[in-house]
Design a protein around this ligand. Structure first.
Ligand code: KE4
Length: 426
């Protein structure tokens, strides 16, 4: 029995499902999750000493690769001064200055401890600012696990087959309206039905929790127009795309400005950090400046700020990182799609920059209904072939592959050869 198997057997007796986040349990693909001992650059090493080229990248934060020396040193240096004070620090001002200086639509920002907290707080701020209750989200988009967002969510909820979660009272979701991703008419119909009741539309500007589904041309612009026309807040959930597609995220990539934006992952450099921010007139409603309450013991934690600021500063000061990363991503995913065509496989490859995925379905994937036609058993077989050959993909059909600056073209060529071998035989 492997050490991972031993640990997993023990873990399931102590932690629900043996993991601290469902998707890690390999539930949708079977097998034993690998317990990771350490990571460095583009690689993770499990407790049995196996080495994996990593495409989870901690679900996004590790854009520079694991164990970045500058980030590690900034954490160690900050830790020498104490871990947490529960009081204001200069680092939080510096982080706020950094984020508001990078993302044009973000005039004010509040640090929190996760993407879930960022979304929950942004939704509350939008409701407090507009005095309205209804929120529009898109089927297949995942915005963390706050009650009102767990309606036809993506990510682990989708994989686990829970269209809505147990334990969420109807009262929490009665004001959550679901629309169809890439279908602005489905949003227009909701606004026409509830012209003065919709506080916000929240969207992943690139959906990455039903697998990767890019916005169709004009989709984000139409959401922008509808929110402006009906006085609703447009919230871009950039927990994944923020500082991933470029230093100014999806808003820079697509040229559409949100009223509020949520962040996570990359802004923490691997530490637990989330943030939400946007127009001063909205953020000015947030406690203690205004009536919308939100708080957090470890919000703006100095160690987390050190890690996050170091990563953001490296990305801001070295724009060539994005050029190389996005070029590498476009090349890699195009090669992947080429192999599928060459092997006569009907599967779909969706990608934007360094985000991408293979959908095991023969139809183009433009929304949740398309994504759900994927054959998750075929994905599971592909996943385990890659894992057995030292490549750790995200353990679900409905997640993204994340590339980092640490993935070399040679390593990616090795992955492509593995893919070629797999699809030649399957
Ligand atoms: P966290 O609470 O997990 O930090 O962020 C929630 C969240 C919010 N918005 C978007 C667009 C997200 O993708 C996420 C979380 N992403 C998943 C990966 N699909 C986290 C992985 C997990 O749940 O373990």
């Amino acid at each position: 029995m492997s050490r991972s198997q031993e640990l997993f057997e023990k873990a399931v007796t102590l932690i629900p499902g043996g993991v601290n986040s469902p998707v890690r349990a390999f539930g949708s693909i079977g097998g034993t999750p690998r317990f990771i001992d350490r990571a460095d650059g583009a690689y993770m090493y499990d407790v049995d000493g196996n080495k994996y080229l990593d495409f989870i990248c901690s679900w996004g934060p590790m854009i520079l690769g694991h164990n970045n020396p500058a980030i590690r040193e900034s954490v160690a240096k900050a830790a020498e001064k104490g871990l947490s004070f529960g009081a204001a620090t200069e680092a939080e001002v510096q982080m706020a200055e950094l984020i508001t200086g990078i993302v044009p639509s973000v005039e004010m920002v509040r640090m929190v401890n996760s993407g879930t907290e960022a979304v929950m707080s942004a939704v509350r701020a939008a409701r407090g600012y507009t005095g309205r209750n209804k929120i529009v989200k898109f089927m297949g988009c995942y915005h963390g696990h706050s009650d009102s967002m767990l309606v036809q969510a993506g990510s682990g909820v989708m994989t686990a087959g829970i269209p809505d979660s147990a334990g969420v009272p109807a009262g929490c979701t009665q004001d959550t309206l679901s629309a169809i991703y890439n279908d602005a008419d489905s949003v227009r119909a909701l606004f026409e039905t509830f012209p003065e009741e919709i506080a916000a539309v929240i969207v992943e500007p690139v959906a990455a929790n039903m697998g990767v589904v890019p916005p169709k041309k004009g989709f984000l612009e139409e959401l922008r127009g509808l929110c402006t026309a009906y006085g609703a807040v447009l919230i871009f959930d950039e927990v994944i795309t923020g500082f991933r597609l470029g230093i100014d995220g999806a808003q820079g990539w697509y040229g559409v400005e949100a009223d509020l934006t949520t962040f996570g992952k990359i802004i923490g450099g691997g530490m637990p950090v989330g943030a939400y921010g946007g127009k001063r007139e909205i953020m000015g409603k947030v406690s203690p400046a205004g009536p919308v309450y939100q708080a957090g013991t470890l919000s703006g934690n100095p160690i987390a700020m050190a890690a996050g600021m170091t990563q953001l500063s490296i990305l801001k000061e070295n724009p060539e990182i994005y050029e190389e990363l996005n070029e590498k991503g476009e090349w890699f995913y195009d090669e992947l799609a080429g192999i599928l065509r060459e092997k006569g496989q009907p599967w779909q490859v969706n990608h934007v920059g360094s985000l991408g995925c293979v959908f095991f379905t023969d139809r183009p994937v433009e929304n949740y209904a398309d994504a759900k036609t994927s054959d998750t058993k075929k994905f599971a077989d592909y996943f385990h072939y890659m894992l057995d050959n030292g490549v750790h993909l995200a353990p679900s059909q409905f997640e993204a592959m994340f590339l980092s600056a640490a993935h070399t073209r040679d390593e990616l060529c090795r992955v492509l050869e593995l893919v070629r071998g797999y699809f030649a035989a399957n």
